[in-house]
Every structure is written in C-alpha cells, then in structure tokens.
Design a protein around this ligand. Structure first.
Ligand SMILES: [Ca+2]
Ligand SMILES: [Ca+2]
Ligand SMILES: [Ca+2]
Length: 371
C-alpha cells in the first residue's frame, strides 16, 4: 500500500507517526504473546523478555518466532475440548440412494472467522484424533489480527464477500428425519455470484449491506444457481437436529474483494451444524489444507486484507510487503521468518509423512432454493 503523502514540514510528524505505529505494533505483539502464552505452558516473562531483546519482527527474529510457534503449539495442546462426538462420522463405502429422500436447501449467510484462541477452538475439530482440537490457520489468523491490532478486519472481509453475493456456498441436506438419521447426506456447491448488496467501494457500509442482502438474498426462499455441475457429496449422521458430515476432499471457495478468487482444498473435510427450523446455526466447515496450497492461501488472504485499506493495512505492509508493490506474494510469505514459522502444517491426515495445515471457520445458513 502506498504510504500517506506528507507535506514539506512533515519530517517530525512522519517520525512521530512511525514511532506511534511501532509502539502500537509492539503493544499488539506483546498482547499476542501474552494471549497465547496465557494458554500455553511457556514462561510468559521469558518470552516477552526475548521479544523485547529482539524487537523488530523480521527474519532476524526467527529465534523468537520459533519460540512463539512452540508456544502456540503448546497453547493448542492446552485447548482440550474434545469429546467422542469428534470421532469421524460413519461413512458408508457406497452412498445410499438419497435422491428421493426428503431434502432441505441452505445458503451460507455468514462465514465466521476466529477472533480468539477460544473461537479458533470452537470452529475446529480434532481432525487427527489425538484428543486436541486442530485449527492452526484459525489461530494464525487470530495472531495476525493481534499483531496488526485488530481482529475485526478479517471478519469484515468475510462479511463483505458473502453479503455482496460474491461468495455464495450452497448446502443440501437429505435425511429421512431431520432430527435423527444415522445415514444423512449432504451436497455442497459454490453458487454463481449474484448482486445481494448494491453498495460498493472503500466506503461500503457493512451494516447497510448486510441488511440489504438479508432482504435480497438471505430471506429464506431466494434461488441460487450452483457454479459447478457436480456437487461434493458428504456422508454422516444427524443426531437431535445436529449434523456431522464428512468428505475426503472439499474445495473451499472465497471470492476476495481485492485479491480475487481463492479456491483451496480441504482434506478430510467436515461440515457440521444444527438445524433450527429452516436455518443452520452453530455451523463449522473444517479440514486440512495441503502443504502445497498453504503459501497461496496465506498470500491471498493477507493481500486482500492489505489492499482493503483498513486499519491493519499499513502494518501488514511493514511486516510482509518487502518490495512495496502492494501485494504480499507467496515468496514474501515463504521468506518471512515469522510467517514461515507460523504457517507450520500441523496434522498428517493422509499419512504421507507430510503435514497439512488444519483450518476451521464457523458459519450460519438460511433456507434457499436450489434448482
Ligand atoms: Ca488433533
Ligand atoms: Ca510485495
Ligand atoms: Ca500428509
């Protein structure tokens, strides 16, 4: 992002802004360290001391970054919310003939980014069955938000793309009984984009946009057209209105307002939620991102935040855009000590000896028509 142009008398002003921003970054980073170390087993005072000793967040800081990652992982291990409910749902080898079963159609009307270690855990599941919740990318997003001084920008990015009608995700549930069915089926598609909110631009009022989209697209009976001819089939179960559906591979789809289309695979994907009349509440979409997709996912998410010209833009630029071209490239991610250390794939779900990066987001959905 271009920095603000300052006038001829601006040297002192510029210096004091830089100082203020540095203080803000350090305060945020200290907050991040405090937040994670509070949940981990690391020595908080030692960790903060190390960071004070090597204070700029650059490749020179790799030692500190590694400590931080060790602490993040310790923090992850500390979040044990797992129950047997997280065991992979029973997936029949051959799907039943579901076409004539009763169905309910839904469109995702909100995607929910983790804003705290607790919500990262709430939006994750135990993907590898070791008894702890896995949502490494969720925790990284919380960390990036904390470093940059705000976590609401990531949520705003998701609210914007969903309510503009750019990211529309469809889910059809088939079951004999929408309270309880041990052999429930789900079909998932991204939908073709629609204009759900007519407001655009940097000064888009998200509250107005959400209200308009609620009337126009998320009114419970609006029609959507799948963007792919074949849906992804998910199999699982429904218990007391709560479903847990699994598929070996799901393509997650996000139309980012500034960085463009982001498609990436989620291995061992799960879609879970509770049916509440014609809505889905407490939903989560989880899975593991293959290592080969990780740098691209991080590059596009960060570039979108960076280009959205919001509160954290300047700080992301300072941290990651080393060639100052307005884009946070994959190379800038993979050559950044902190990013490289943070984006550390954590689960090996296909047992190929290489880890994938766990990820989970929350969602809600409302009724929809799908032809
Ligand atoms: Ca786990
Ligand atoms: Ca760049
Ligand atoms: Ca693997």
């Amino acid at each position: 992002m271009p920095t603000t142009t300052l006038g001829v008398h601006s040297k002192h002003l510029h210096r004091s802004i830089e100082n203020a921003m540095m203080k803000l970054r350090l305060a945020s980073f200290a907050f991040l360290v405090f937040t994670f170390s509070a949940f981990g087993c690391g020595d908080k005072a030692t960790l903060v001391g190390e960071l004070d000793a090597a204070i700029d967040i650059s490749t020179a800081d790799l030692a500190s970054a590694e400590d931080l990652v060790a602490d993040l992982h310790a923090a992850d291990a500390g979040v044990v919310i797992d129950t047997s409910a997280d065991a992979t749902p029973l997936v029949d080898s051959a799907p039943p003939n579901y076409v004539n079963l009763p169905l309910k159609n839904f469109v995702v009307d909100s995607l929910l980014a983790p804003t705290s270690t607790q919500s990262a855990a709430a939006y994750g599941v135990d993907l590898d069955g070791d008894g702890t919740i896995d949502n490494a990318l969720g925790e990284i997003l919380v960390g990036v938000g904390a470093i940059a001084g705000s976590t609401s920008e990531i949520q705003d990015t998701l609210d914007e793309t969903v309510n503009l009608g750019n990211t529309l995700l469809l889910l059809r549930l088939h079951a004999t009984d929408f309270q309880t069915d041990p052999n429930a089926i789900g079909l998932y598609w991204p939908a073709k984009t629609q204009t759900c909110c007519t407001k655009t631009g940097f000064y888009l009022n998200l509250t107005d946009c959400i209200a308009e989209a609620k009337t126009k697209c998320f009114n419970g009976s609006h029609a959507f057209t799948p963007a792919t001819t074949t849906p992804t089939l998910l199999q699982g179960e429904l218990t007391a209105g709560t479903f847990d559906l699994a598929t070996p591979r799901l393509q997650f789809h996000l139309e980012l307002t500034y960085a463009g289309t982001l498609d990436f695979d989620l291995l061992n994907a799960r879609i879970q939620g509770t049916i509440d009349s014609n809505n889905i509440v407490n939903g989560r979409i989880v899975g593991a991102i293959p290592e080969s997709h990780v740098a691209r996912v991080a590059s596009m998410l960060l570039t979108n935040l960076y280009q959205s010209n919001n509160f954290i833009s300047n700080q992301l630029g300072t941290m990651f855009d080393t060639n100052n071209d307005g884009v946070i490239s994959q190379l800038e991610i993979t050559s950044n000590g902190l990013a490289k250390a943070l984006l550390n794939p954590d689960v090996d779900l296909d047992n190929d000896g290489k880890n994938e990066l766990s990820f989970g987001v929350g969602f809600t959905a409302v009724g929809a028509q799908i032809p």
